[in-house]
Design a protein. Structure first.
Lengths: 301, 414
């Protein structure tokens, strides 16, 4: 596929800004869930635009698994300084230490599933009533059915069968005490829309999105970034490859992509010609066909 | 126009999912890992061919029951446009989902199985497309392969459709008919060789070139205020901006404006869009308006141009669709949201309940879920509403139950 839509559809930006302003107006304590990935970076820019020349009137919340790419944390701290926005960090390690969760072990262990507990605890501790996330409906089947304002009960659970209908541009954010809402301002964007936006806005992104040399383990055709957080069989061999990351998750569950793309333009060209979908590099979805839906039911965003 | 929003609806077996799957497939919007997942799933189900419907039927329950139960959003693009499909299920009990999916649509695609012709479902789908006054409707007569690509059969269905649709069709709506086979891709991305008698264009080409929203800037200007921006920094000490999205029409610097409901008047001094200053804000743009005078305005107020001031109405006639499991209780106070304004409201009278399939009007004491009725609405506060037919973006509202907080009803103003 060499032909594609080369411009970013402005309508999507207007819609996202509308959603972010509704969130700020309808809730007492909203926040942006910030992963350090391109989608949440996009959200931060949209929030800047929504309240300009005022500052972003709510904090960023980062759930720190302790297994982050160091480049992501570096970027996060830079962005916080640059925008003057408040940062709240919830540490997965705290929940492990308090025995609220038990760490997985073995070859495919990951802290990805543990994030949910930390997220829910952070929401409760800071009494957040609306958390904006950069999830997009095109990422995965279960997300295709997600509302823009998605109400969660006291346990953070999503009830797919009983969602509020969203008609026209109306967003109903009324909730009972204890409930909270997940908000998805870029629901209608695709991966390509996000990249075209990054290009047009000239947004800074973490360096791991661009091609670099890295030590990886090759398992069934998947390139795993080697780190202290990954289990290595004695007979497995580390190899150095030229790679980049297509999504920014945990180091233990984000696969690398063989790539030589060093600019946003090259990334866009690569995405257009690539044949593997974005979440195809996320090992957490491969566990079962309904993996994403099961995690959402339990409070993952 | 960069984005085209499409509503699709169809009965369980009309092949709607296959049609969407085919559009994705033919526009290279399916990636190899998704295709492999479908291959694996098709094999598990014991089907010999590639079941493209598996692409869109996302939730576990749907895969178990083999049906679609909620509105799903599907995205694809061609070099010409970005397309957003809101796909709603076709069952009787899910009228509310269909209205939800169709409420933002520029075009509605209705599928008819060539073997079965017009069914009760077809009536329902069209009724909703018409209730929401979706500007274009494309009737796809599907499974033409099973009818030997017969023109006579196609024309027969076209006639039947026109016969019932003409009873309610809005004067501004356009209906197109298209014979297709979604299983074999006939008339989807290229003109079918199997149906030389069809003179029109294939579906994708119609969608790529369709003109929409062409008159929207001529509609009355409406700007509901979402949020007041007051930075209170040294640099912007006295800045007071009204943030919102232009619902309809357009606003320019220098326009004389009135703020509703208070009736205060001022002039637009500045239109901000992030660091950019605009001369004119067009329909659907998210902007911030700065006025010449320091007047007291807050969320829920609406800015309009002086030439186009709507009446504030406390009573109006409306078509409503009930969305909640608990039926509408006459005389009960609901919260009505119009734009960014909220007010308490009651349904004072149910004029009639209308059956979308038969168009029969019957009296009713309450409205059950999925019921559609014409009602009289009475509100505590006057609202600057337009008739939906004249200005759809300012002619609708939702009803919220203040106890459950659910969105229980949606209305379009007559």
């Amino acid at each position: 596929m060499s032909e594609y839509l080369k411009v970013f559809p402005k309508d999507l930006e207007d819609e996202a800004i509308y959603i972010i302003r509704e969130t700020a107006a309808q809730f007492e304590r909203p926040a942006i869930l910030f992963s350090g990935g391109k989608d949440s970076i996009t959200l931060v820019r949209l929030a800047q635009k929504a309240f300009y020349p005022g500052k972003i009137p709510f904090p960023l919340v980062h759930i720190d698994t302790g297994h982050n790419f160091p480049e992501t944390i570096e970027f996060r701290d830079w962005l916080v300084k640059e925008t003057g926005v408040e940062l709240i960090v919830g540490y997965v390690q705290d929940d492990i230490d308090a025995r609220r969760v038990i760490e997985e072990t073995g070859k495919f262990s990951s802290r990805n599933m543990l994030q949910t507990t930390t997220l829910l605890r952070t929401i409760e501790e800071h009494r957040l009533d609306a958390c904006m996330g950069g999830a997009r409906r095109d990422e995965e089947k279960a997300r295709a059915k997600e509302r823009i304002f998605s109400v969660r009960d006291d346990f953070g659970q999503w009830n797919a069968k009983n969602q509020r209908p969203e008609l026209f541009d109306y967003l109903n954010g009324r909730i009972h005490p204890g409930e909270n809402v997940r908000v998805f301002p870029i629901s209608n964007w695709t991966e390509l829309d996000v990249w075209n936006y990054i290009k047009e806005e000239n947004l800074a992104i973490p360096s791991i999105y661009f091609s670099h040399e890295r030590s990886v383990l090759e398992r069934d055709g998947v390139l795993w970034p080697y780190s202290d957080f990954i289990y290595k069989d004695p007979d497995e061999v580390l190899v150095t490859r030229t790679v980049r990351f297509r999504t920014v998750g945990d180091m233990s569950c984000t696969a690398a992509l063989a790539s030589t793309a060093t600019t946003v333009e090259e990334i866009i060209e690569e995405i257009i010609s690539t044949t593997i979908s974005e979440r195809g590099t996320r090992l957490d979805d491969k566990r079962a066909e309904a993996a994403m839906e099961m995690r959402k039911v339990n409070g993952y965003f | 126009m960069e984005v085209l929003r499409i509503a699709t609806a169809g009965s369980v077996d009309d092949g709607k999912s296959t049609l969407i799957g085919r559009l994705l497939y033919e526009t290279n919007s399916i990636t190899t890992d998704k295709l492999e997942a479908i291959q694996r799933a098709s094999q598990r189900k014991g089907i010999g061919f590639l079941d493209l419907s598996l692409l869109t039927d996302g939730l576990i329950a749907e895969r178990e029951q083999g049906i679609t139960i909620d509105v799903a959003h599907i995205y694809f693009n061609t070099p010409k446009r970005k397309f957003i499909i809101a796909d709603s299920p076709g069952h009787v009990e899910y009228t509310r989902n269909m209205i939800t999916g169709a409420s933002k649509a520029d075009v509605s695609i209705i599928l008819v199985d060539a073997r079965n012709g017009i069914l009760e479902q077809t009536h329902r789908h069209y009724y909703i497309s018409n209730l929401l006054n979706i500007p274009r409707v494309i009737v796809c007569v599907n499974k033409m392969d099973l009818m030997d690509y017969s023109e006579a059969r196609f024309r027969e269905i076209e006639r039947d459709f026109v016969e019932f649709s003409s009873k309610i069709k809005s004067d501004t709506q356009e209906i197109l008919f298209l014979p297709i086979s979604s299983l074999y891709g006939e008339n989807l991305t290229k003109k079918s060789a199997k149906m030389p008698w069809y003179n029109g264009r294939p579906l994708l080409e119609i969608l790529e070139t369709m003109e929409v929203h062409k008159n929207e800037s001529k509609l009355p200007s409406r700007f509901p205020i979402q949020y007041v921006i007051r930075p209170r920094t040294d640099e912007y000490h006295d800045y007071r901006g009204y943030a919102g999205r232009v619902t309809s029409g357009r606003f320019s610097v220098g326009d004389k404006v009135t703020v509703l409901p208070s009736g205060q008047r001022s002039v637009i001094r500045q239109i901000d869009r992030y660091t950019q200053s605009l001369e004119t804000a067009e329909t659907r743009q998210s902007v911030t308006l700065v006025l010449e005078d320091d007047i007291d305005i807050s969320r829920g107020d609406m800015i309009v141009r002086d030439e186009e001031i709507p009446d504030l109405k406390r009573e109006f006639t409306s078509r409503i669709c009930w969305l909640d499991r608990d039926p509408m209780v006459p005389g009960k106070s609901y919260l009505l949201q119009h734009g960014t304004a909220y007010t308490k409201a009651k349904i004072s009278t149910i004029d009639f309940i209308e059956d979308p399939a038969t168009l029969q009007k019957i009296p009713g004491a309450n409205i059950a879920m999925n019921g559609i009725a014409q009602v009289q609405v009475r509100t505590a506060k006057g609202l600057p509403v337009d008739r939906y037919h004249d200005n759809p973006a300012n002619g609708s509202f939702i009803l919220i139950d203040e106890h459950s907080n659910n969105t229980v009803g949606v209305g379009v103003i007559q």
